[in-house]
Ligand binder design. Structure first.
Ligand SMILES: Cc1cc2nc3c(=O)[nH]c(=O)nc-3n(C[C@H](O)[C@H](O)[C@H](O)COP(=O)(O)O)c2cc1C
Length: 183
């Protein structure tokens, strides 16, 4: 398959990064060309909503989104990993998504595939990951991206919490592997 781009929505060395690295290493073993980005560690200006990109197909801001957009263009599959923030996706993911508008405007996201993952500290029954999954799903639907799998990992506040759920994480990795093999 063509390339996979993993987008990690937390800038701390936490649960999103740990899971992201495990996914990248699994994909490398599967010989799938994969790269990852952490938008929160990059220089990305906020979208001003000027809408110029709707006409021009590009944004005038000179920042890391130029390279990111090139990577998104090349990728067949986007794997989004967001920490849950107030039952929504992280601001780092949102800023990145907004700046994909030039690609959206030129229909450049249409036909891509996505896997959505939300990691939260609370239990599924409380205010946890569902809102984040819904936001990722809405973005994909608006952009014409097909979501081929969505997953939540709950009860993860610190990295040790994820390590204690090894069985669940392995199951999640297996599901993602199957999603990718079916492409
Ligand atoms: C501002 C803020 C809001 C949060 N809101 C929620 C929430 O609504 N539900 C939840 O389950 N966890 C929430 N959390 C906890 C994080 O989602 C959780 O600790 C996650 O593992 C963080 O991912 P990271 O380690 O990759 O940063 C919140 C954390 C922060 C900092």
């Amino acid at each position: 398959m063509r390339k996979v781009l993993v987008i990690i929505g937390s800038r701390r060395e936490g649960n999103s990064l740990l899971l992201g690295k495990r996914i990248v290493s699994m994909l490398k073993q599967m010989r799938v060309p994969t790269s990852y980005i952490i938008p929160g560690n990059q220089k990305i200006y906020l979208c001003t909503g000027c809408m110029d990109c709707d006409q021009k197909g590009y944004c005038d801001f000179q920042d890391d989104m130029q390279e990111n957009i090139r990577k998104v263009k090349e990728a067949e599959l986007l794997i989004w990993i967001t920490p849950v923030r107030w039952n929504l996706l992280s601001s780092d993911i949102k800023v990145f998504m907004d700046r994909l508008n030039p690609l959206y405007a030129s229909q450049g996201l249409k036909g891509k595939k996505a896997i959505h993952i939300a990691i939260g500290a609370k239990g599924k029954e409380t205010y946890s990951s569902e809102g984040a999954i819904t936001s990722l799903g809405s973005f994909a639907e608006s952009a014409g991206i097909k979501c081929i799998g969505h997953y939540t990992l709950n009860h993860c506040l610190q990295v040790k919490d994820q390590r204690m759920q090894e069985k669940k994480v392995n199951y999640l990795l297996q599901q993602i592997k199957q999603n990718i093999e079916s492409l």
